[in-house]
Design a binder for this molecule. Structure first.
Ligand SMILES: *Cc1c(COP(=O)(O)O)cnc(C)c1O
Length: 337
């Protein structure tokens, strides 16, 4: 079975399972989880932040960040395609009572200028703009990444205008391996950063939220309220530590396979257009003679799983469990349609 639906479908490797099996554990709600503490310290230090909190999902880390950074009735600025707006079940209004102002970015990337132009003046009758959230890499926009300069320009506006600045870094390591920036170089631009271990890094569960000590103190409280306080979570944290030590540099392989797929697909007559492939996501549009359901069905007959991602669009995501062999099989199947 070849599964291109998401990079979340990976199973723990043998080495990762051994690390999990050997983890030292305690009760994290009491703050006595040695492996969770080690993971939080490791990732906070890596990104140059004071502290971190380990959570079950990237949805939770984003939602906690939004809750801590805003007051009910506030407005959050983000791209039209943002995960926090499209794929978190309306959580920003449910959990924090805030609304989003959607900015049409360039392949998922908003600009400092757009941010500047969309900050409300502080009148009693205007919504209070309090948070800017960017996504790097941008999922629904096809895995595109920001340059350090673009992230910094937005950071400068946020500092000037006293806005909080959050990075949804579910796939931040996919951006890092393709750029000349370091985790610490990014970390110091943001008030908070969310990092997922269960996407390209191949851990079964887990995300971290990073920030200064005071922010993380509040975040831990919100995590408990949201039901995300875990007990012997060290088994999961051990998988995360292993993933960070072994699965970061290899992300480039996923990117190369995604690019190869896109190259093959660019020659197929039933494919109309493909978004630029910067990392591990290939989003493409079928021409109107081929229905996405039929395309997905045809691939399924060849044991390949994919999902429709909009009207005529399909998304493929490459990952740790997608090998060169599977790439060749997928290319052959696509050519046969
Ligand atoms: C996957 C993802 C998340 C978090 O998703 P969970 O499935 O809740 O871990 C957040 N942001 C982006 C951009 C994502 O792709």
């Amino acid at each position: 079975m070849i599964d291109l639906r998401s990079d979340t479908v990976t199973k723990p490797t043998k080495g990762m399972l051994e690390a999990m099996f050997n983890a030292e554990v305690g009760d994290d709600v009491f703050g006595e989880e040695p492996t969770v503490n080690a993971l939080e310290e490791k990732v906070a230090k890596l990104f140059g932040k004071e502290a971190a909190v380990f959570c079950p999902s990237g949805t939770m880390t984003n939602q906690i960040a939004i809750k801590v950074h805003t007051q009910p009735g506030d407005e959050v600025l983000c791209d039209t395609t943002a995960h926090i707006y499209n794929f978190e079940g309306g959580g920003i209004s449910f959990n924090s009572g805030v609304q989003a102002r959607l900015l049409p970015g360039e392949h998922g990337r908003i600009s400092a200028q757009q941010v500047k132009e969309n900050i409300n003046p502080r009148y009693d009758w205007m919504t209070n703009t309090s948070l800017v959230c960017i996504e790097n890499t941008a999922n629904r926009a096809g895995g595109s990444f920001y340059s350090l300069q673009q992230m910094k320009e937005i950071s400068d506006v946020c500092k000037q205008q006293k806005l909080n600045y959050h990075l949804d870094g579910a796939r931040i390591f996919n951006a890092i391996v393709e750029n000349d920036y370091t985790p610490a170089g990014i970390g110091n631009l943001f008030d908070s950063v969310s990092v997922c271990l269960s996407k390209g890094l191949g851990a079964p569960v887990g995300s971290l939220l990073l920030g200064d000590k005071e922010f993380i103190r509040k975040a831990r409280r919100v995590r408990k309220v949201f039901g995300g306080g875990m007990r012997q979570a060290g088994y999961l944290a051990a998988a995360g530590i292993y993933a960070l030590d072994h699965h970061v540099n290899r992300l480039k392989e996923d990117h190369a396979r995604a690019k190869k797929l896109a190259e093959t697909m660019s020659k197929l007559s039933y494919i109309d257009s493909i978004l630029p492939v910067d990392t591990n996501i290939v989003i493409f549009n079928l021409n109107d003679k081929l229905k996405p359901e039929d395309f997905v069905k045809k691939l399924a007959e060849k044991n390949i799983k994919a999902t429709a991602f909009g009207k005529q669009a399909i998304r493929f995501v490459t990952h740790l469990d997608f090998t060169d062999d599977m790439l060749a099989q997928t290319e052959a199947a696509l050519k046969a349609i």
